[in-house]
Design a protein around this ligand. Structure first.
Ligand SMILES: *[C@@H]1O[C@H](CO)[C@@H](O)[C@H](O)[C@H]1NC(C)=O
Ligand SMILES: *[C@@H]1O[C@H](CO)[C@@H](O)[C@H](O)[C@H]1NC(C)=O
Ligand SMILES: *[C@@H]1O[C@H](CO)[C@@H](O)[C@H](O)[C@H]1NC(C)=O
Ligand SMILES: *[C@@H]1O[C@H](CO)[C@@H](O)[C@H](O)[C@H]1NC(C)=O
Ligand SMILES: *[C@@H]1O[C@H](CO)[C@@H](O)[C@H](O)[C@H]1NC(C)=O
Length: 498
């Protein structure tokens, strides 16, 4: 608008010039005859020249740039061509508002800059902001918010005002919305698998609500801190500020807890720590273990069950991770290293012990019966060793069932006869899985029976492997290795055989 107005005024003024030269007192003499003058215009773009004394360019574009001149005509009489005026139309100088960084969601406390950018030209501008946020932006091209809050939320638009000519302004920019969320994001950690199996790696995944938005990740392991009723966190190796939202742990053999958090920006803003997540080991050979009495996975409601922490430590706490994903640290009745429970449905959970010096025990599943009058499956709490014998049975609150029990393995009926027990004389890996029993139309819950490899068997395998290795490669090693390397080989050998 500003530009087309410019042309209009300027042209009208210029076009007077020829008449002025022609007839110095033109305005007075010919005033009534103005209508009889027609005008011609010269400009590269005008293929049908206008004949009015006013040439209006409605929406100036760059292609309207160029020289313009005009002359007047009255009957057969022409005025001179006016001087040429040069019109320059530059591309739009409408400002653009940018957020830096341009994350779609900003959290309380983050640092963000709102910028007003006017492209092209070397004009100097003053800046004006218009915003419906509670905190207003100062009239500068850059508004740096050092610690954002929801009061900064709102739509922002800006315009420029020429320093040299204060009444000349750009148009308003489009408005940009800044949303500052007052809650602190808490990332969600997932650990997979939940139960350790020998040799498998553990993968941690950390997820913040908007994963695309510039986060880096911090990975911690939980270290039990009994005095705090919580845990402290220790950074994992190379676990500081990874670009990846996952972290892989190799060779984990014990129950462990992990935590993650995320950070971004400069200065760096940190999210809260995630809830701790655990990977459990069923292996009772670890430094600490948990035993259950009575020694079975399933229990009736209102049963007295005791969980005992075993290991060379004086102080313990029993932890419980319930079916609905909640973590508990307090055993209501803890005497020494034993936690006594009067069971209810909500006690169905994974249990483990944590020692005062930061050890995690092996973990167990406990299932409290659903159906008050139904049977429970009596199955081992701890993994059964390959080759050992095991016997599963079915029990009512009042008595052990001695006959006519159906047993299911992974929902498949495997025993339907008059016997009351399922006996497996030499357990193999294929016996692992979910078991349940059924008695006179009522079914127990199902429970996992875990089978672990015979450790003496696998040690023998390792022994053989090493022996094979030594026999094949020893000649080379003897030739090529320094004393130091041979020594290393023997150390390894000895360790594995033990
Ligand atoms: C942020 O800016 C980048 C390029 O600088 C662009 O690819 C991305 O789409 C922008 N994101 C948002 C949410 O505007
Ligand atoms: C506990 O149950 C899960 C399946 O619900 C199973 O994967 C895990 O091995 C069980 N742990 C033990 C110690 O049996
Ligand atoms: C267990 O709780 C039930 C119901 O609350 C109660 O009747 C029972 O006496 C309790 N048993 C023990 C051993 O505390
Ligand atoms: C238990 O710990 C004490 C002190 O740390 C140590 O002397 C003892 O040998 C340990 N016993 C076992 C069975 O590990
Ligand atoms: C169990 O075995 C009996 C006798 O063989 C048979 O009649 C019955 O249908 C079987 N039950 C199931 C659930 O397969």
């Amino acid at each position: 608008m500003f530009l087309s107005l410019l042309v209009l005024v300027f042209m009208a003024l210029k076009c007077l010039k020829p008449t002025v030269t022609l007839q110095p007192s033109w305005t007075q003499i010919y005033s009534g005859e103005t209508v009889t003058w027609t005008y011609e215009w010269r400009a590269a773009k005008l293929n049908t020249p206008p004949t009015s004394n006013e040439h209006r360019i409605i929406r100036a574009t760059e292609s309207d740039s160029g020289g313009y001149s005009c002359r007047g005509r009255r009957d057969y009489f022409f005025s001179e061509w006016s001087d040429i005026i040069t019109l320059t139309v530059s591309s739009s100088n409408r400002p653009v508002v940018t957020l830096y960084p341009n994350w779609s969601e900003i959290y309380r406390g983050e640092t963000i800059t709102v910028r007003c950018e006017i492209h092209g030209g070397d004009t100097e501008w003053d800046y004006e902001w218009e915003t419906n946020s509670r905190i207003k932006a100062p009239n500068q091209n850059e508004y740096r918010i050092r610690s954002a809050s929801s009061s900064n939320s709102g739509n922002y638009r800006c315009k420029g005002r020429m320093k040299s000519s204060q009444h000349k302004t750009t148009e308003w920019s489009d408005s940009v919305t800044l949303t500052v969320s007052d809650n602190k994001p808490r990332p969600v950690l997932t650990v997979s698998p939940s139960w350790l199996s020998p040799g498998a790696s553990v993968t941690l995944n950390c997820e913040v609500e908007h994963p695309s938005a510039g986060w880096s990740f911090y990975w911690y392991k939980a270290v039990p801190d009994l005095s705090e009723k919580s845990s402290s966190y220790e950074l994992l190796p190379d676990g500081s500020g990874t670009a990846q939202d996952s972290y892989i742990i190799h060779g984990q053999t014990h129950t462990a807890g992990y935590v993650c958090r995320a950070g971004r920006g400069d200065p760096e803003y940190h999210t809260d720590h995630s809830q701790p997540e655990f990977v459990w080991s069923a292996d009772v050979h670890s430094a600490a273990s948990l035993t259950v009495s009575p020694d079975r996975v399933q229990h009736f409601t209102s049963d007295s069950v005791s969980l005992t922490c075993e290991g060379n430590f004086t102080e313990w706490r029993v932890r419980k991770f319930s079916e609905d994903g909640r973590l508990y640290s307090d055993c209501r009745r803890m005497t020494g290293s034993t936690c006594n429970i009067n069971t209810s449905k909500s006690d169905t959970a994974v249990y483990w012990c944590e020692s005062g010096s930061g050890e995690f025990s092996s973990a167990v599943n406990i299932t409290v019966q659903n159906d008050g009058n139904g049977p429970i499956l009596v199955s081992p709490v701890h993994p059964v060793t390959e080759g050992a014998s095991v016997s599963l049975s079915c029990s009512l609150r009042t008595q052990k069932i001695l006959s006519n029990v159906f047993f299911y393995h992974n929902d498949k009926l495997i025993q339907n006869d008059t016997r009351g027990e399922l006996k497996i004389s030499a357990v193999s890996k294929s016996d692992e899985g979910f078991y349940k029993c059924q008695y006179s139309g009522r079914e127990s819950a199902q429970s996992w029976m875990s089978v672990k490899g015979d450790s003496s068997f696998s040690l023998l395998m390792i022994f053989r492997l090493i022996l094979g290795f030594v026999f094949v490669f020893l000649p080379f090693l003897l030739f090529r290795c320094s004393k130091g390397e041979n020594f290393f080989l023997f150390l390894y050998f000895k360790h594995k055989v033990h």
